[in-house]
Ligand binder design. Sequence first.
Ligand SMILES: [Zn+2]
Length: 254
Amino acid sequence: MARACAYCRTHGETLTREHLFPAFLDRLHPRYTVHLSSAFPGVVTSKAPVIRDVCKRCNNVRLGELDRFASALCEKYLRHLVKPGESGYFEYDYHTLCRWLWKLSYNKARTGDDDRTTYEPLVPYILRDSPSPPFPQAVLVGVIRADEATERERAVLHSRFIYPRLIRLALLARGGVFATTIRVGRLVSINSYMFWLIAWEPDVNRQRRRDLAERIGNGHGMVVLSEGSVDVHVPASTFEVRDYLARRFSSPVV
Ligand SMILES: [Zn+2]
């Protein structure tokens, strides 16, 4: 039997290539590979992989709306690098943002970094067939701190500052209390902005979820996005650009 579409589960449709990172991000940042590989030989930044398991209708129509939202968000806000000592800012629609971050995470999981079946219950939410996710979620955001470039870095980067010019999708490792309360923890970073997306275990009640999310935010200098807000000032997190670039990220939440 032919493979089913990863979103609508339809068989028999021609499956198209879904870019792991949306193509618009490549267009916004065509020189990323050059920047990173020349400045940081140890950092792997190959071109975005593609997965071929999404039907044309889901890719172009159903997920297209999410990509348009994300494209506007990146164009207007996330492409702008946050200078040392400054904080970030963006406007957002909470559920659309979460749906997009889950989409990226599900896509990444299908490349083999996690069990895809964990994410499959999220598909109706990602496609907006369901108004809310199948488990409680939280999303935090922080700015990866840029720094003054050294003389050598300046010569390579042609920039006074060293910035996190990259896009990264990763799993968050969970330790301590978070090992039993978080079902899925994902990281999505785009330039200066780092999002942590959390799906809670169903038995964690609302108050405890709120406390735990605050604890993560306080521990890492990140802010918990509020469902009722439309914009956010993003603080500088505890993550510094050189450290962030150097590690193959699987960061403990605690
Ligand atoms: Zn489909």
